[in-house]
Design a binder for this molecule. Structure first.
Ligand SMILES: *Cc1c(COP(=O)(O)O)cnc(C)c1O
Length: 361
């Protein structure tokens, strides 16, 4: 069989190692996974109850337009219902955007290292990918601007950036947006929006009034703790969304995801609890890094990238054998770093103890 040329040499996404696999491989009873920026506190009880009620509907196709969650999200973010597009995770919204805008002969601009799926999907569509290195872990917006030409279709700003956790502030983002040609889509990927505490983090939703070339991505996978249900969304201009809708699969999000996400939205106490715990956990890691004079990037997400001054895979394997799964920076463009998802206080303490042992070894 002859697959698309673009697929040759492309590897599938490498996720964090699954817990069950690690238990078997190393004969462990307890395994802590802090590798995929999942919520260590699970999800809201409201979401679980909603799913139980919806179990009677499994035989029915979901509502393809996702009307119920659409109504709730539009009220929550304060936009019109037709300014939203729902995806099987925000990953799928990235795919839809690439499918709708990119072809051979076009290009797309993103930071490097950043979230892998911008490049991955662009490559499949045959577009050229222009990656602009981060400067000190932060998007080089001027460098990205310089890469835009008449064939550019999408510019990606991962904010905060995965894997560095750094962010582009409101002033920087506004100035950047003002300089982008109006026929180039700017995507602000805000997967960690709920965790952000920086006061100068951009409020992007109000900018939609001025910029019809802006698209904001959010998800229920991270702070809302619903990663397994695969639901995320894009917020943008109504006319633009209407144009790209045909590139969306008819039943791409499920009834269970709709009801759980709607219920989870109503439990902002849970989100606030997770946000506060995340900052306390982040402080545990900051303190550890300072004690050991390890470089790290201050993070607005629920993860931290730490320079262990040795190959990331070595630290990854050391922790793995001891029942802790993190991400090695080697696969993320930071070869001597590891990326750790901030867990519960006791999970954080457990990993910090192992890291201390590794350093003193
Ligand atoms: C996790 C993540 C996503 C994708 O999340 P979904 O589970 O597909 O909604 C998108 N962007 C970034 C930067 C992420 O870290």
């Amino acid at each position: 069989m002859k697959v698309k040329q673009q697929l040759v040499g492309l590897s599938p996404y490498k996720p964090g190692k699954p817990i069950e696999e690690v238990k078997k491989e190393f004969g462990l009873k307890e395994v802590i996974k802090l590798a995929s920026n999942e919520n260590p506190f699970g999800c809201s009880q409201f979401a679980k109850s909603a799913i139980k009620e919806a179990l009677e509907k499994l035989a029915l196709y979901p509502d393809g337009y996702a009307q119920s969650i659409r109504t709730d999200v539009s009220a929550h973010v304060n936009v019109k219902e037709d300014q939203l597009i729902f995806g099987n995770g925000s990953d799928e919204v990235i795919l839809i955007l690439c499918r709708a805008l990119l072809t051979k002969g076009t290009n797309t601009v993103c930071a490097w290292p950043s979230f892998s799926q911008y490049k991955h999907n662009a490559v499949i569509e045959g577009a050229e990918v222009r990656e602009v290195p981060l400067v000190e872990g932060v998007h080089d917006l001027d460098g990205m601007l310089a890469q835009i030409d008449e064939n550019t279709r999408i510019v990606w700003v991962c904010n905060p950036n995965n894997p560095s956790g750094t962010y582009v502030n409101e002033e920087q983002f506004k100035q950047f947006l003002a300089k982008i040609p109006r026929d180039v889509l700017v995507v602000s990927d805000e997967a960690y929006f709920e965790y952000v505490v920086a006061e100068d983090y951009p409020q992007t939703v109000p900018l939609l009034k001025e910029y019809d070339n802006l698209m904001i991505l959010r998800t229920f996978s991270k702070a809302y703790g619903l990663a397994t249900l695969r639901i995320g969304y894009g917020i943008g201009n109504s006319d633009f969304i209407q144009k790209i809708e045909p590139a969306r699969e008819p039943f791409n999000t499920t009834t269970l995801a709709h009801v759980a996400a709607s219920a989870a939205l109503k439990d902002q106490d849970f989100i606030n609890y997770c946000k506060e715990s995340n900052r306390l956990g982040m402080d545990q890691f900051y303190q550890f890094c300072k004690e050991h004079d390890l470089k790290f990037y201050p993070s607005q997400g629920n993860f931290i990238l730490i320079d262990m001054k040795t190959p990331g895979n070595k630290v990854f394997n050391y922790l793995l054998e001891r029942g802790i799964i993190v991400r090695s920076g080697e696969a993320l463009g930071f070869p001597t770093f590891i990326r750790i998802t901030v867990g519960s206080a006791s999970q954080n303490e457990a990993i910090i103890q192992q890291l201390r042992a590794f350093i003193n070894n």
